[in-house]
Design a protein around this ligand. Structure first.
Ligand code: SAM
Length: 248
């Protein structure tokens, strides 16, 4: 399963820097698209970087992810803090989950919904998010575009970092519209000794009209779609789209 082995080096490889950007961007978005209350769910929260930053700003945060190892990393980070935050984590599948108390905001960031390669899964996920939100609650998520998957998830990248190395080989298949990334990682277990792992990650892009339609079917009103990290609408070369949808 993806992200079980990768969890050990996810933050160290620099993947958590996406959350630093998203945190700043979300602050702007939430000024324009306001949310009542301070309770939220970070869906597919990974190692909890964004969840932690939002909790530090006063949100009561629930983080859900499928990967036990990613959640262990998130819990470890919380346990190392001196301050007490209103944050908790639970294992769950974004395609079908329920939470105890509904929240005012759901976020789902960093290509995560691109992992749902079947339309039915995306629709089921939107239905679960709608159930998790109070009426008027906000759903903010990004999706990597087909343009990004076709032009940027191609080729080979090797990165060496503190106590690990990763090799990412990706290929976009025009016929299926799927991008497959083979991740080979080396995690330093004792000085100079490495454990090797291999994970296959498959992502798919969704055209904006399709996403809008599924959101509306699930009971959302789409307030805006942005070229992610800007306040401009997406264009044909956008790498990522940010959706802001309100539960009606
Ligand atoms: C690219 S990472 C993003 C993690 C985090 N949101 C971030 O910004 O760093 C994708 C995450 O989605 C999780 N994930 C993938 N499929 C999932 C599913 N069906 N249900 C819940 N989590 C899932 C993975 O375990 C992983 O933590």
């Amino acid at each position: 399963m993806q992200y079980e082995e990768y969890a050990a080096i996810y933050d160290r490889s620099g993947q958590n820097s996406f959350s630093l950007l998203m945190d700043i961007y979300l602050r702007d978005l939430l000024r324009t698209h306001q949310v009542a209350g301070r309770s939220m769910l970070d869906l597919a929260c990974g190692t909890g970087t964004l969840a932690l930053m939002l909790a530090e700003r006063g949100w009561a945060v629930l983080g859900i992810d499928r990967s036990a190892a990613m959640l262990d990393e998130a819990e470890r980070k919380v346990s190392e803090l001196e301050e007490e935050l209103d944050i908790r984590f639970a294992q769950g599948d974004m395609r079908d989950f329920t939470i105890d108390a509904r929240v005012g905001l759901v976020t789902c960031c960093y290509d995560t919904l691109n992992y749902l390669t079947d339309d039915a899964d995306l629709r089921q996920c939107f239905a679960s998010v709608a159930r998790a939100l109070v009426p008027g609650g906000l759903f903010c998520f990004d999706l990597a575009t087909d343009y990004f998957l076709e032009h940027y998830w191609q080729g080979v990248e090797v990165e060496e970092f503190d106590a690990g190395t990763q090799i990412m080989q990706s290929h976009y298949d025009h016929a299926s519209g799927l991008s497959t990334l083979v991740l080979t990682g080396f995690v330093e277990v004792t000085p100079g000794r490495y454990r090797r792992f291999r994970e296959v990650h498959v992502e798919r892009g969704y055209a904006q009209p399709v996403v809008r339609h599924y959101l509306e079917q699930a009971g959302f009103v789409v307030e805006a779609v942005y070229d992610c990290f800007t306040s401009q609408p997406p264009n044909e070369r956008s790498l990522r789209e940010m959706y802001v949808a309100r539960r009606s």
